[in-house]
Design a protein around this ligand. Structure first.
Ligand code: GDP
Ligand code: MG
Length: 600
């Protein structure tokens, strides 16, 4: 396909607005996949188990399809993207390989928080935007009203909006036509030297590292200067289909003899050996904002866990990895994630795809410490956070990351959202109407700055429950700000347990201390002797419960449902049940850690 017959596009939308469903229809209409006689194709691009289970797209996927327009076959390359705020990095990477984007809006839900952020992202990259109103089949669809909303929010001409039902397929053919007629082909010359942009990579057990790139024989990386033998090139149609070559403007994959995951550098430019080129502009590296320790339940599994993490980070390059050791949990890794959903998905993938059996500690954001000599240090592990005595003498200031949050919510929940924000230390609250609508259905966009640590715990769940599921939420980095923070330690029998330490804001310290001590009291099995459980900041004890000594007739094991779920997992593992961690003089089963640290 010459480049005038190529189109590279992406589908962008708020979560659940129908991206993956539309991708299925496009693949069917172009005959890329068979329409299932039994029913519908179910999100063929959501390949991961976690994606299927949760119904969310985590990983951007590519698929090529052939579409005949005006008697000529065109190759359309679709890059499906995740919608959740945590995966914004994945979205911007995908957009860098496209010239156009389908902006999908659910006709019953209207413009949501991520609709706005993905729109601006695509706009800034100069992409042609094709506005699409989806789910017009729904009885609750309000096409006229949402059209007006898209016009007022984005300045979109109502004439340009394509109305479809991705579910039934109605109107989807006009999208294919719009892709060809409205989106420009990629620029690129067949005569020029090979210049391929590496935007994703995955590890294949049998073939080594596979890279997805724009655009075979001997190639070299601009980033590492290493040379590789290309063993296969092809396109995703929708699975890997080998081809003779990849040409200018194509989106495809190359398999080559890369051995180490670290060699596939996202944003790299690949060129032919002997034909050096100017590297293409890369990406902003992803910035991990949520850190947690990951430990094997069985300490002897650490080498296997570390290898699994290495493999998995190859398909998800935004995760950062460092070794960590804990006196309570042994050898582990400290991982950095883009957000808590990202963390949760990574944990599930480790369990699903690598059969890992792990304990993950409470999430921590990166704090900035400014010392008296003006040295700045980032700390993302509570065990490295200075003690209060140290703060007084050597640390001048402690800062925490804050974000600019926007919440879109129907007017009637506005008060609840304000309360929610205030209870999470929000500042600079502001709001405006997104559209006028009728008195009962007007929607408000509320913006504020809020500490990141406040939203990594259970903010999202509270937001959803306090708005009956109607609020949508998005946030972006807003730098650092001074804050009154301290390290809270938990002591069993007067010995601190390192894996349980957390960073808290002083205004909430007493409440948090009481809650955690209660929780520990509930999950730690009784011992042969009395065990005091304490929460302390520095030397000051803020809360205490006492675990009374075990009597002969009392059996341990007062666990809730979460424990049982985890136990199922453990039962398959020999002796998982009996494994105890000695915390000073206290025997603490690994299951207690599960319970304490499963932050729900
Ligand atoms: P994504 O998160 O943007 O990828 O959204 P999905 O494609 O996973 O769709 C979310 C939900 O909306 C699924 O339950 C789909 O079946 C449903 N859905 C998608 N398109 C339509 C549509 O046109 N009409 C109706 N009624 N439901 C749709
Ligand atoms: Mg999806």
């Amino acid at each position: 396909y010459g480049s005038e017959l190529l189109r590279n596009f992406s589908i962008i939308a708020h979560i659940d607005h129908g991206k993956s469903t539309l991708a299925d229809r496009l693949l069917e209409l172009t005959g890329t996949i068979q329409k299932k006689s039994s029913g519908k194709n179910e999100q063929v691009l959501d390949k991961l188990k976690v994606e299927r289970e949760r119904g969310i797209t985590v990983k951007a996927q590519t698929a090529s399809m052939i579409y005949n327009f005006n008697g000529r076959d065109h190759m359309l390359n679709l890059i499906d993207t995740p919608g959740h705020v945590d995966f914004a990095w994945e979205v911007s990477r995908s957009l860098a390989a496209c010239q156009g984007a389908l902006l999908l809006v659910d006709a019953s839900q209207g413009v949501q928080a991520q609709t706005i952020s993905v729109f601006h992202n695509a706009k800034e990259r100069g992409l042609t935007i094709i506005p699409v109103l989806n789910k017009i089949d729904l009885p609750a669809a309000q096409p006229e009203r949402i059209t007006a909303q898209m016009q007022s929010t984005f300045g979109i001409d109502p004439e340009d909006i394509i109305r479809i039902s991705a579910k039934s397929g109605k109107g989807v053919d006009s999208i294919l036509e719009a892709i060809v007629t409205r989106i420009p082909p990629p620029s690129g010359s067949l005569a020029a030297p090979l210049k391929a942009f590496l935007f994703d990579s995955l590890y294949d057990r049998y073939r080594g590292v596979i890279s997805y790139e724009l655009l075979g024989d001997k190639v070299a990386s601009c980033h590492t200067r290493k040379k590789y033998e290309v063993t296969e090139v092809g396109i995703m149609h929708p699975e890997e289909v080998p081809t003779d070559s990849l040409r200018a403007g194509h989106v495809g994959y190359i398999a080559c003899n890369m051995k180490e995951s670290s060699e596939a550098h996202i944003g790299d430019t690949i060129h032919r050996v002997g034909e050096p080129v100017e590297p293409l502009p890369g990406f902003q590296p992803a910035k991990a904002m949520v850190f947690a320790g990951v430990f094997p339940v069985d300490s002897s599994d650490f080498p296997k866990l570390e290898e699994s993490i290495k493999r998995l980070t190859l398909t998800d390059r935004s995760v950062t990895v460092q070794r960590e050791s804990s006196s309570a949990l042994g050898q582990g890794c400290r991982l950095g994630f883009l957000g808590t959903l990202h963390m949760d998905v990574f944990r599930q993938r480790l369990e699903d795809e690598y059969d890992a059996n792990i304990i993950i500690t409470a999430p921590t954001v990166p704090y900035k410490l400014i010392y008296r000599d003006n040295k700045e240090v980032f700390v993302s592990n509570p065990t490295e956070f200075p003690e209060t005595s140290d703060t007084a003498s050597r640390v001048k200031e402690i800062q925490e990351p804050i974000v600019k949050a926007s919440i879109i919510v129907p007017e009637e929940y506005f008060g609840d959202m304000m309360d929610l924000c205030f209870s999470h230390r929000a500042e600079d609250l502001d709001h405006r109407y997104l559209d006028s609508g009728t008195a009962t259905s007007a929607r408000i966009i509320l913006t504020c700055t809020i500490p990141l640590s406040e939203i990594v715990t259970n903010f999202f769940d509270q937001l959803k429950s306090r708005s009956s599921g109607f609020a949508s939420f998005d946030y972006e980095d807003a730098g650092y700000k001074q804050s009154d923070l301290a390290k809270m330690s938990f002591l069993l029998n007067a010995k601190p347990v390192d894996a349980l330490a957390i960073i808290v804001h002083r205004s909430a310290q007493d409440k948090i201390a009481r809650e955690w001590v209660k929780k520990l009291h509930k999950v730690i099995p009784r011992q042969l002797f009395e065990v005091p459980i304490q929460a302390a900041i520095g030397r000051k004890v803020l809360a205490r419960e006492t675990l009374s000594a075990m009597r002969a007739d009392v059996t341990a094991g007062l666990y809730g449902g979460h424990y049982e779920r985890k136990m199922k997992h453990l039962e398959n593992q020999k002796e998982g049940k009996r494994r105890m961690k000695k915390m000073g003089t206290v025997d603490l089963p690994q299951e207690a850690f599960f319970d304490i640290l499963s932050n729900k």
